[in-house]
Write a protein that binds this ligand. Structure first.
Ligand code: GLA
Length: 381
């Protein structure tokens, strides 16, 4: 699919003109998340400056669901006593609320999914004041297998698309603007058809883990998907692990930088009520966020080897990120040739992690990238 046809199919809900930013409960709280955790997160996002830096969505992942009532309406479980009042609270802080479900009968954690209740569930979400839905394939895979035990990939894909489109239509029918986030781990080249079923974002890979290997494998494997992203419809290489403890600061700076270069959704996944200053300085680096949120909405591409990524920005500037993705080599000086990133003549160079103007340079810039880390620059004429 070319750029033109992807744009023609882009969803028309007018949402996510830049990659969604916010927080999701899964990476830290997993199946234990409660109403109180979500309220504390909203409070923290206001107090620590995340909201003002652009993080807006407070997303509850799996395990909020209860049983259905006699009329088939989805209910919350005892850890979420009143979803409407939680949404009101989150809204009162100038934030938005996200929720989670599955097109299958069960979610990945075995809670109630939306299968056969799509319109009813969408109506409940709208009534509660939900602004974002992550719709996770999970047990719908069993539905696909039951329908076609031979598992013809074409049949499976058609069923999957239909299931995602069904919820899209149900969301539209509510009349409430709800960002639609597909989670089916990238199967069936979802980037080619996500926009046609109303997706504002779609996961491109399996679940991220709080390990450098997992993050780097996912992040660096996004090369080539850039032509499928744009305003309103984004590739989603999964949530941020920054602050969860499994990587060092350089490695977390790599995730933040790479996700920004990829115009990826920036969905924090740590406990925001207990954030150290280093974590804060990574998640709230406004210069890096500005690269992610640039209005052109062009996903960066790799011009390496090694890992040099370039992202065109408004006004003819470019963001350039140079990663030292090998963690056991000595960090050695690297030289960036300006002609390799499309600049001739003098250019302004600013270091977005040092928060420092390097000055006006010609031809090249030499620097050392820490192991597992990154140097991220903004370059303009
Ligand atoms: C899947 C998704 C994760 C998370 C869990 C919840 O694994 O990919 O992001 O939502 O389900 O059960």
């Amino acid at each position: 699919m070319g750029l033109a046809s992807a744009a023609a199919q882009a969803p028309t809900n007018g949402l996510a003109s830049t990659p969604p930013m916010g927080w999701n409960s899964w990476n830290h709280f997993a199946a234990k998340v409660t109403d109180a955790d979500v309220r504390a997160t909203a409070d923290a996002m206001v107090a620590n400056g995340m909201r003002d830096a652009g993080y807006v969505y407070v997303n509850i992942d799996d395990t909020w669901e209860g049983e259905r009532d006699a009329q088939g309406n989805i209910q919350t479980n005892q850890r979420f006593p009143d979803m409407k009042s939680l949404a009101d609270y989150v809204h009162s802080k100038g934030l938005k609320l996200g929720i989670y479900s599955s097109p299958g009968p069960k979610t990945c954690e075995g809670y109630e999914g939306s299968y056969g209740h799509e319109e009813q569930d969408a109506a409940s979400y709208a009534r509660w004041g939900v602004d974002f839905l992550k719709y996770d394939l999970c047990s719908y895979m069993d539905v696909m297998k039951l329908h076609d035990p031979k598992q013809d990939p074409q049949t499976a894909n058609a069923m999957m698309k239909a299931a995602y489109e069904k919820m899209h239509r149900a969301l539209v029918k509510t009349g409430r603007p709800i960002v639609y986030s597909l989670c089916q781990y990238g199967v069936g080249s979802v980037w080619e058809w996500g926009p046609s079923v109303g997706a504002n974002l779609w996961r491109t890979t399996d679940d991220i883990r709080d390990l450098y290997r997992s993050m780097a494998l996912i992040g660096f494997s996004q090369a080539g998907l850039e032509k499928f992203a744009g305003p309103g419809h984004w590739n989603d290489p999964d949530m941020l692990e920054i602050g969860n403890g499994g990587m060092n600061a350089d490695q977390y700076r790599t995730q933040m930088s790479l996700w920004a270069m990829l115009a990826a959704p920036l969905i924090a996944g740590n406990d925001l009520s207990k954030m150290d200053d280093v974590t804060k300085s990574i998640l709230i680096n406004r210069e890096v966020i500005a690269v992610d949120q640039d209005r052109l909405g062009i996903q960066g591409h790799r011009i390496g080897p090694p890992q040099i990524w370039v992202k065109p920005l408004t006004g003819g500037a470019k963001a350039v990120a140079i990663f030292n993705y090998v963690t056991d080599d000595e960090a050695e000086p690297t030289t960036l040739l300006m002609k390799d990133i499309g600049f001739t003549g003098p250019v302004h160079v600013r270091d977005l992690w040092a928060h420092k103007d390097i000055g006006i340079l010609r031809d090249s810039y030499t620097f050392t990238v820490p192991q597992g880390g990154v140097v991220m620059l903004r370059i303009w004429r």
